[in-house]
Design a binder for this molecule. Structure first.
Ligand SMILES: Nc1ncnc2c1ncn2[C@@H]1O[C@H](COP(=O)(O)OP(=O)(O)OP(=O)(O)O)[C@@H](O)[C@H]1O
Length: 235
């Protein structure tokens, strides 16, 4: 039996006069890689920020693990924010913020950089790295927190194909370590390669939640069909 990771119950989010998320219900199971697709402005980022707890829903609720505590989690954005410090210090600082004792931080930061192949860059200033390298540092920094779920908001949107492939490889390593993944992307090839399930968002509503092969063979919702055919759903 699949274990529930997160359950959204009639989740609504309003900003001023606008309802950005309309009473959305969804259950994601633990250990899955879920890719969130949908047109620009559909509400994908808002949905991710609600799930990660960065913003509070106007109505409805989020249930973790079928009714337990919010598990350790992290989020990585399109453009990583690097501190003006070395790569190693960037990771160590995240551990400091997470309350990891000083004696453990360095070894844990070094170990995670080793696992993602970034040890040679450990003492370089993070801000001078390429965009792709910085994104890998951002993923390592998130993974160092030992999250049970990692939220990724268009993590390869500003990267070239080679750097994107590296980031995808890393996401797979993190997922294989037992971390659930929830990722927004506009790259359909990437969605096909990485996802177990697709959640499709349109105009603040989830129109379907479908296993990846079924989604690409024949999406269930009209909106997703339009999107896959490259039509704009709002024209
Ligand atoms: N705090 C806010 N206040 C008002 N409107 C907001 C706020 N945050 C987002 N929006 C609006 O909500 C809608 C959904 O935004 P969101 O960033 O979630 O879209 P998205 O699906 O991630 O789009 P994209 O693919 O372009 O990144 C947009 O119209 C956006 O302008």
């Amino acid at each position: 039996m699949a274990e529930p990771l997160i359950t959204l119950e009639s989740l609504r989010y309003e900003a001023g006069e606008r309802t950005l998320i309309h009473d959305v219900s969804l259950r994601l199971d633990a250990g899955r890689r879920t890719v969130v697709l949908g047109p620009n402005g559909a509400g994908k980022s808002v949905l991710m920020r609600l799930m990660h707890g960065l913003i509070e829903p106007t109505a409805g609720r989020i249930v973790w693990n079928g009714g337990g505590a919010r598990p350790p989690q992290a989020m990585v954005f399109q453009r990583p924010v690097m501190l003006r410090r070395s790569v190693l210090d960037n990771v160590s600082y995240a551990l400091y913020l997470a309350g990891v004792p000083a004696a453990e931080r360095r070894a844990r930061a070094e170990a995670v950089l080793e696992r993602v192949g970034l040890s040679p860059l450990a003492h370089r200033p993070a801000r001078v790295l390429s965009g792709g390298e910085q994104q890998r540092v951002a993923l390592a920094r998130a993974w160092a927190l030992r999250p049970r779920v990692l939220f990724l908001d268009e993590p390869t949107a500003s990267l070239d194909p080679g750097a994107s492939a590296e980031v995808e490889r890393l996401i797979r390593v993190i997922a294989d370590d037992g971390c659930s993944i929830v990722m927004v992307t506009h790259h359909l090839g990437q969605a096909r390669r990485l996802a177990d399930d697709i959640v499709f968002v349109d105009a603040g509503r989830i129109t379907e939640h479908t296993p990846v092969a079924d989604f690409f063979a024949a999406p269930r919702s009209e909106q997703a069909g339009h999107y896959l055919r490259g039509e704009l759903s709002w024209t």
